[in-house]
Design a binder for this molecule. Structure first.
Ligand SMILES: [Zn+2]
Length: 129
């Protein structure tokens, strides 16, 4: 999904010591954010990754680039494609406020979210059934 140019610019930018996760909003990478938004909007068929409601197809306001693992805690995942998706404005608000309280965001605990296979998770489910 990234061109080599995008990848290089992100790596260069976020490897500087004075840079932190808030710099994700900087103007110099707005074209990269737009391209990520566009990619996941299509990939997710216009649905929010958390609540599955429709997201904006043109406006960015109800289609926000989301870092599943918070970028405030894991800056190294800031450009990791598996950590990116787009979500609606409501889910974004919920997740943002929960991250501030240092909780595991509610929206990432929903059952219908696709997760990577986990042997331990599978075993737990087997016991429950
Ligand atoms: Zn949502």
């Amino acid at each position: 999904m990234y061109s080599e140019d995008f990848e290089k610019r992100i790596m260069d930018k976020f490897s500087k010591s004075e840079i932190n996760h808030t710099n994700w909003q900087d103007d110099d990478i707005s074209d990269i954010r737009s391209s990520i938004r566009e990619y996941y909007r299509i990939e997710q068929k216009g649905k929010c990754a958390y609540c599955k409601q429709s997201i904006s197809l043109i406006s960015a306001s109800n289609c926000q680039v989301e870092h599943i693992v918070p970028k405030s805690k894991y800056l190294s995942f800031i450009s990791e494609p598996k950590n990116l998706c787009v979500i609606c404005a409501d889910c974004n608000e919920i997740k943002k406020s929960q991250e501030v309280l240092n909780e595991v965001p509610e929206v990432t605990n929903k059952k219908n979210i696709k997760r990577y296979p986990s042997v331990r998770l599978q075993t737990n489910l087997d016991i429950l059934e």
